[in-house]
Design a protein around this ligand. Structure first.
Ligand code: SAM
Length: 713
């Protein structure tokens, strides 16, 4: 019977009738028992699924093939190809890499990789009309949580400074003609750069016509330029709201910003932007005021500022920074150990590695060798392991401070002793090791490389903060305002994702929803996660997580200590293997403002706690700090394709501007080689990364910027 199905299946398969072939193969697979070898049939059925466009089913079969025969590369090739078709290029790449570990020359995997690059490129070519995306338009001007309280404080200051009063004015007999004459004189004087006399003339004009709003606006503008902000504001606020032209809202916003009254400044610019939707300066000013007030406290004592540019928030050098200097450090808003290193002991709150000597050398080895044991105990740093009072060894810390802080910030919602539903997340983490062998795309459950605990900690932090805010006010349940306020720290993280993940990982969505809304949780901790919010948080994490680990794990300290020990030869034979790092994924509010450049001037290093951003070269005051999001060794076309896919932007960095895509097109003028009768253009003799149709183009490109990025220079 089985032979029958096989023969018929193969016949249909060879004739390209994949639907019928798949049905025959399914008969064999469904009827097989444990002793039957169905790998070949699974492979053929997986190809049928692939040809029929059922890529998820092809992945399922590929995973079964890998389980049955972990040494075979076919499962990896099939899985990688299907992931490619689903557009999950990073996952596909990871799967192909696993296959290459088994056979680095496997032709199917090599073809799969080529196919994947071609698919990426195809998407790139299709979209290669470079979109100009406008970060300002995408950014909200909604009032920020807590603005109401700040507004009251600012209003008190404004009253104290007399900003709401009318400016002193020596009135005279109204005469609009005289007013006009003085105004025109003022314009001439202003043009000639004589601001002081221009101001006198404007004041004079106002005495003749105190109801002229244009005069008020001009005086306000001039006084603001001269640094007389308080009086400037008195004039502009004399213009009643209904008569305020957009330019007056703008000048009012600028003055209030100079007076360091950001909430009022934002309110004026918000009104101005509504009144004139074509003005590009006001929304930009608005966002710059906002980033200044939100990020000012984070950049205090660092060498950087956060500013708002066409690419959204970005980090700028506040002073000259030397090559090798630390520009800033950042502490994670949330962090979680990556699933593939979850077995390495580390502090759940600050990421400090807690690996003990027994974990590295093995208990037996240390028990057997007394001399080794003595030396190891002398040099291995002692790091206490503090268990959670509720869930015990499930959650460990490096100190009681970390334990207590974690409890009050989020763990009281995530501790399985309080919330048994969290066991589901731990189960997911525990299963990951086996799944990781197959692929990292975990159908239904998870399809990203960071940990779902990152998401869980975001919601848990929001819940705890909302609860704390309510308790401070003597309330049991958080109000809508408490929730908004509690969510505000996470508004700092941009979210970009073009498709919903709800259908891709429905089981994880369900687990998260249960974790935060179940009968075991006290009512004030319960929170309903909508599908929309799940997507938003998922992409927030995807766009911003940074991998990091303890910069001084116990093993490296031990090795440093050992280097000075005369008996190091006793230990050396046991220390050949590097221990695994406890790798963490974190969301860092300041670091998340770093934009990308393929010619990055900073690099992100492990710091304690968190990350440290270091200059890779000299950075001048005012220059933007850029890290890299991708492997910058890829050629330009691939780099841009990866960035477009992953982050939705076309890189315009100097390398992307002054490197080319190949000898078929002039890098400088874009002329196509075949159009002018030539097959290929010669490349830059120094870096071989740019191609020119003429020496004129080569010289022009060199002058404009190729010189800066040319490797041999
Ligand atoms: C981690 S965030 C960097 C900070 C971001 N500008 C913000 O306002 O939050 C990554 C996002 O910044 C933008 N971005 C980063 N580097 C860029 C670049 N070189 N060109 C254009 N947009 C960039 C993209 O929208 C990307 O998805």
């Amino acid at each position: 019977m089985t032979t029958d199905y096989l023969e018929r299946g193969l016949h249909e398969f060879e004739h390209g009738n994949f639907k019928t072939a798949k049905e025959h193969f399914t008969q064999i697979i469904d009827k097989a028992d444990d002793s039957d070898d169905i790998s070949e049939t699974l492979k053929r059925r997986a190809v049928c699924w692939h040809e029929l466009g059922h890529y998820n089913d092809a992945i399922d079969d590929a995973n079964r093939i890998i389980k049955l025969d972990p040494k075979s590369t076919s499962g990896y090739a099939i899985c990688g190809n299907a992931l490619t078709k689903l557009g999950k290029f990073e996952d596909a790449l990871n799967v192909f890499r696993l296959g290459l570990k088994i056979d680095s020359n496997d032709p199917d995997i090599k073809n799969g990789l080529k196919g994947m690059q071609m698919d990426i490129m195809e998407g790139f070519e299709k979209n290669s009309k470079e979109g100009t995306y406008d970060a300002v338009k995408m950014s909200s001007q909604e009032p920020y949580p807590g603005d109401y309280e700040l507004e009251i404080l600012e209003r008190e200051i404004m009253c104290k400074w007399g900003l709401n009063e009318f400016p002193a004015l020596d009135l005279t007999i109204p005469d609009t003609q005289k007013a006009m004459r003085e105004y025109q004189n003022a314009i001439q004087l202003k043009k000639a750069g004589n601001d002081k006399h221009a101001l006198e003339k404007l004041r004079m004009a106002l005495r003749y016509d105190p109801a002229d709003f244009t005069l008020r606006g001009e005086i306000a503008s001039l006084l603001h330029e001269m640094g007389e902000h308080r009086e400037a504001f008195q004039h502009v606020q004399c213009i009643p709201g209904d008569f305020r032209l957009p330019k007056y809202w703008k000048i009012g916003g600028k003055i209030l910003s100079a007076l360091e009254l950001p909430v009022h400044a934002e309110a004026w610019l918000r009104s101005g932007s509504k009144a004139d939707k074509t003005d590009v300066e006001m929304p930009l000013l608005f966002q710059n005021i906002r980033v200044k007030r939100l990020y000012g406290p984070l950049t205090e004592g660092t060498k950087v500022n956060v500013v708002f540019t066409q690419y959204g928030r970005s980090i700028q050098a506040a002073e000259d920074i030397k090559h090798g200097d630390a520009c800033f450090r950042d502490k994670a808003a949330v962090l979680a150990q990556t699933l593939d290193t979850i077995h390495v002991p580390a502090c759940n709150h600050c990421a400090k590695c807690l690996m003990r000597a027994e974990d590295y050398f093995g208990k037996d080895v240390l028990a057997r060798d007394a001399e080794l044991r003595k030396i190891v105990h002398r040099h291995w740093p002692v790091r206490p392991t503090i268990e959670c009072k509720g869930c015990g060894t499930q959650t460990i810390y490096c100190s009681t401070e970390c334990r207590d802080e974690s409890w009050s910030m989020y763990h009281q919602v995530l501790c399985t002793s309080v919330n048994p539903a969290v066991e589901q997340l731990h189960a997911v983490a525990a299963q990951y090791k086996t799944l990781a062998r197959d692929n990292r795309c975990w159908k239904g459950l998870w399809n990203a490389s960071y940990s779902p605990f990152v998401l869980a900690k975001i919601w848990a932090s929001v819940i705890c903060l909302a609860h704390n805010l309510a308790t401070q006010e003597g309330r049991q349940m958080p109000t809508a305002a408490d929730w908004t306020m509690a969510k505000s720290p996470f508004r700092k993280f941009i979210a970009y994702g073009s498709t919903s993940v709800i259908g891709v990982i429905p089981k994880m969505v369900q687990i998260m929803q249960e974790v935060f809304d179940n009968a075991h949780l006290p009512a004030h901790f319960r929170y309903k996660i909508t599908n929309k919010e799940f997507d938003g948080r998922y992409y927030q994490a995807s766009c911003n997580v940074q991998a990091f680990s303890d910069p001084a794990p116990p093993f490296s300290i031990f090795m440093r200590n050992m280097a000075r020990d005369g008996k190091r030869d006793v230990v050396m034979p046991y220390t050949r293997a590097e221990p695994e790092d406890a790798l963490f994924a974190g969301m860092f509010p300041l670091h998340a403002c770093l934009n990308h450049s393929c010619d990055n001037n900073v690099e992100v290093l492990d710091g304690h706690p968190g990350v440290s951003v270091k200059a890779r070269r000299q950075i001048k005051k005012g220059e933007e700090l850029c890290t890299t999001y991708i492997n910058t060794r890829m050629p330009r076309k691939e780099r841009r394709a990866w960035l477009y896919r992953g982050y939705n932007f076309w890189c315009q960095c100097p390398r992307c501007k002054y490197e080319g895509d190949g000898p078929d097109k002039c890098t400088e003028c874009g002329k196509v080689a075949k159009d002018d009768g030539r097959d290929k253009y010669p490349g830059c003799g120094k870096c071989h990364l740019a191609w020119y149709c003429s020496t004129g183009c080569q010289k022009a490109a060199w002058k404009k910027g190729h010189k800066r990025i040319c490797k041999k220079c």
